[in-house]
Every structure is written in structure tokens, then in C-alpha cells.
Design a protein around this ligand. Structure first.
Ligand code: FES
Length: 187
């Protein structure tokens, strides 16, 4: 804390500034002379544009918060998370069906979006839900899957599984490497 008790010290991108106590990170940045052109939007805690990482003194943990909502504390170390450049997707929803391939264009479930989300939504779990709903209600039934399930129900693999469970590692390796590989199938 600085001497007048009405100010606190914050380190912004590594440089020390004295800012009014009670400031949000965003107002501390502006008070310190930073002009916010990116990483700022609604200033009300809704849009998530101002996601910031910070550390507290003598604390290894990286914390995250919205710069427009998080109040600075003395000796806070602040760095904003760069925005993610995203090309604007252009599509006609009348022609874009709810197909599973749609996922390959956005979501690989890395979870980084959850870091920015002011609503603390785990988007990767939403994506999994969407995929399951697609599989349950929209995906065309798979004849191969139905046949395999029927084979399992009839117990066609019980003896084979019992055999494999009784094998040692060397034997398992041998049958693994000697198994028939279809052209194009990965090993
Ligand atoms: S500026 Fe929109 S959440 Fe902070």
C-alpha cells in the first residue's frame, strides 16, 4: 500500500503504478495512462472482452478475472489476455444442417473459451452435450453398430475375450502385430 492509504500499487505488464484504492483493474489501467482500444467492451461484466490474468504478491497461482469487475489489491500483478482473432463465419442457416462435421470448424474442446467466459460456462461440455444430442436424435442409425451390438448380445466375443485375458504380454504382442490390417486402416 502506498503511504496515503488511498492508493495501492499495481504492476501492469511488469511496471509499477500507483492507482486509487477500490479501482477496478480496467479503471486502474486507464488511470495509469493506458488507452484501451481492445480487450474492452461492455464495461458491465457481460461481454467477456476484458479477460485478465493476475497474480497476488507471494502467491504462485495465476488468477483470472474481468478487468471491468475485479477490484485491484495492493501489489497485484496484471496482464490482459490477448483477444482471439476469429474470422467471421458466414453461412446460410437454411442450408447448414445439424451435422456432426460442423464441430470440426469450431470446437476441439480445448476449454480456453471457459477462461474468458464471464458466465463461467464450460463451453466444451456444451459441445459434448450437442454432440450427444446429435448422436441420440439426429444421426442416421448405423447398421454396422446395430450388428455389432447384436453380436455382443449373442455372446460371440465372450470366448475370445476370455482367451485374451489368459494370454501373457508376449503372446498379446504377437497377435497384435500379426492381425489382419485392412488397406487404409491405421495400426
Ligand atoms: S468489458 Fe465486457 S465484461 Fe468487461
Amino acid at each position: 500500500m502506498t503511504e496515503d492509504k488511498k492508493h495501492v500499487s499495481v504492476f501492469i505488464m511488469g511496471k509499477k503504478f500507483s492507482v486509487p484504492a477500490g479501482s477496478t483493474i480496467m479503471s486502474a489501467l486507464e488511470y495509469s495512462g493506458f488507452q484501451l482500444k481492445r480487450g474492452v467492451g461492455c464495461r458491465e461484466g457481460f461481454c467477456g472482452a476484458c479477460a485478465t490474468v493476475y497474480r497476488l504478491r507471494v502467491d504462485y497461482k495465476i488468477r483470472t478475472g474481468l478487468a471491468c469487475q475485479t477490484v485491484v489489491v495492493d501489489e497485484m500483478l496484471v496482464a490482459q489476455i490477448p483477444f482471439v482473432p476469429a474470422g467471421k463465419p458466414v453461412y446460410d442457416i437454411r442450408e447448414t444442417g445439424p451435422v456432426i462435421g460442423i464441430f470440426k470448424h469450431d470446437c476441439i474442446r480445448c476449454g480456453l473459451c471457459a477462461l474468458r467466459c464471464p458466465a463461467e460456462i464450460g463451453q466444451f461440455n456444451v459441445a459434448i452435450l450437442a454432440q450427444r444430442l446429435y448422436g441420440r436424435y439426429l444421426a442416421p442409425p448405423s447398421r454396422e453398430l446395430a450388428e455389432r451390438v447384436e453380436q455382443i448380445r449373442r455372446g460371440e466375443f465372450v470366448a475370445g475375450m476370455a482367451d485374451m485375458k489368459g494370454m501373457d504380454k508376449a503372446k498379446l504382442k504377437k497377435i497384435y502385430y500379426e492381425r489382419d490390417i485392412e488397406p487404409g486402416e491405421s495400426v
